[in-house]
Design a protein around this ligand. Sequence first.
Ligand code: SF4
Ligand code: SF4
Length: 322
Amino acid sequence: MTDQTNGQDDFDGPAAPEHEPSASVEQAGRRGESEERLDIFEGVRGQDGNPVLPVQLKQGDMFAFSCHKGISCWNKCCYGADVIVTPMDMLRLSRHFGIRPIEFLDRYCYQAQWEKAGLPVAKLRMTGEDGSGPCQFVDDEKGCTVYENRPVTCRYYPLGLAAIKMKGQEGKESFSFLVKESHCKGHDESKLQSVAQFGKEQGTDEYDQVNAGWIDILMKASSWASIGGPQGREIAPKTQGMFYMVSTDIDAFRRFVFETRFLETYEIEKETVEVLKANDAVLLTLGFDWLKNVIFGEPTISMKETVLKEAIAASREEFGAG
Ligand code: SF4
Ligand code: SF4
């Protein structure tokens, strides 16, 4: 079902997945870049195919919504749902079941391609031959049986999250949007709340923090894809595999860091190494920093000076400059 890349034996230096184009190539590409919007959690999860046009909302904007047991549409949104399993979801849900992320991935997820970014992501497998059946975690009576660790897409619903990157700007701006599907009666309820209040209630902040690097990469890759990709080509399959590995299997990435030449190659402080051993969320941050460096040439992680010198000497030798 899954297409895991075990990086354990793959790391052979700083450009392990494959040399992606350098930062200067990226700069050149960026000149042709336009405003780019990426819908991260789309909020449209049901099958009625009739969402009202999304409305853009700021943190302080109010909307009426309430979901509770007893509502006539109870669980309807958990049928045929399109739920991305983000890196943070993978950590929380595997812990929920007392299994490792790779087991969770194999049992409950499938690999899909996020076409806009040209990168693979994991999604929750729905039941039914065509995937239109109920989510594996829904119970007719109780509702979501993994509620305290439910995926962030489910937490956001009925809000979606999008990010916009403006032409010539480094950073991105995130905003929410409200999606109304005809089967969801929560919109007819009178409970008023702001976007910020709703996010607090649903506990999305912690997820957004841990997922930030993953979102950055999807955003940037989708921006590149809109101009034909770096040097007019897609992100290399091996790099895509590494992105999927970091996103879904933290144990494989841990082996990649601690059982290859990774720590001999990059400048990582001793204290940080200790934290990385014990904290999966911090390890994820390192993973996405490293991928940003490999894919986009961003200075998010530094190579050790000795390694740099060796690499420069090797290339001088190669070109006969002795
Ligand atoms: S994880 Fe929970 S809330 Fe999300 S679709 Fe499945 S049952 Fe519904
Ligand atoms: S109100 Fe909306 S979110 Fe709640 S159960 Fe009904 S369809 Fe799902």
